[in-house]
Ligand binder design. Structure first.
Ligand code: PXL
Length: 279
């Protein structure tokens, strides 16, 4: 049967990110996406002024209540950009109400980039994100988000010893016994590559890994959403996390190179649509 994914993200109508990336990508891997929109924006918040923002907190609660009455369940619950502090509790209840032992909970603790918190996020929302990470099987923070979660000052280039320390501490955020932390957007300046370092814990056994691909020196908003949706799409197909990370890292590198070559303004997002056959 088709796997069913509850996707709890905003809809930014222009500038590829969040639902506009997640929906096509997760569908590409053959899974059904059931959107739970957190907010409706004219564009994403990175690189645009004057964007509109409609908080959908009330609607989310109504959607969840109706789905609960229908007795729905999900193979995966995947949360990302939230629209208000109130939504932390909503998503937390959503996870409790709609997951079984088999449900994969992926929390992408979307909060910021490049050491900066997104314009619509408050400190309370950032603190609340830890509550959601406690329920997660997989979390996919970038470095900015990792430091916020651990309440530490941002460092742009943590060395490998420090990366491992971050992974170990991030693993402890989740109360699950089987879990993974996948740190994204890690630069290796010597090799001129970008990628991900990760830790997978099963009981008291932890395995570490990393995957890197060529860096094209251009940042595209929405890369994290593309990363997490490829990861989820592949893992739900039974793929190992290591292989899923490898595909995501390679694909984003390729899409970044391609988009840069086309000369698309970076805040329009990655031109991934024409490349999806290569995921
Ligand atoms: O890609 C993360 C993201 C999601 N949603 C909104 C954003 C961003 C990043 O800027 O602004 C609205």
């Amino acid at each position: 049967m088709t796997k069913r994914v509850a996707a709890i993200h905003d809809i930014s109508c222009f500038g590829r990110c969040s639902m506009q990336v997640i929906w096509p990508v997760v569908s590409h891997f053959g899974h059904q996406v059931c959107p739970v929109p957190t907010a409706l924006l004219s564009t994403h918040t990175g690189g645009y002024e004057g964007f509109t923002f409609l908080d959908l907190s009330e609607e989310m609660e109504k959607i969840a209540a109706h789905w609960k009455a229908l007795g729905l369940g999900f193979d995966a619950i995947y949360s990302g950009f939230l629209g208000s502090e109130r939504q932390i509790a909503t998503v937390n209840s959503f996870i409790k109400d709609f997951s079984s032992e088999k449900t994969l909970v992926l929390v992408d603790p979307v909060m910021g980039d490049d050491g900066k918190i997104y314009k619509t996020y408050t400190n309370e929302m950032c603190k609340g994100m830890r509550i959601l990470c406690a329920e997660a099987d997989i979390i996919t923070p970038n470095l900015t988000e990792a430091y916020i979660l651990l309440d530490e000052e941002y460092e742009e280039q943590p060395d490998s010893v420090r990366q491992k320390e971050l992974l170990d501490r991030l693993l402890m955020l989740s109360r699950k016994s089987k879990k993974a932390v996948i740190l994204t957007g890690i630069r290796d300046q010597r090799q001129n590559t970008i990628g991900s370092v990760f830790a997978i814990m099963d009981g008291d056994k932890i395995s570490y890994g990393s995957r890197f691909a060529p860096y094209c020196d251009c940042f595209f908003p929405g890369s994290g959403d593309l990363f997490a949706s490829i990861l989820l799409g592949k893992v739900l197909r039974g793929c190992a996390i290591t292989e899923a990370v490898e595909t995501a890292v390679r694909f984003i590198s390729k899409a970044s190179e391609y988009t840069k070559k086309l000369g698309t303004p970076p805040h329009y997002g990655l031109e991934f649509e024409g490349l999806m056959g290569e995921m």
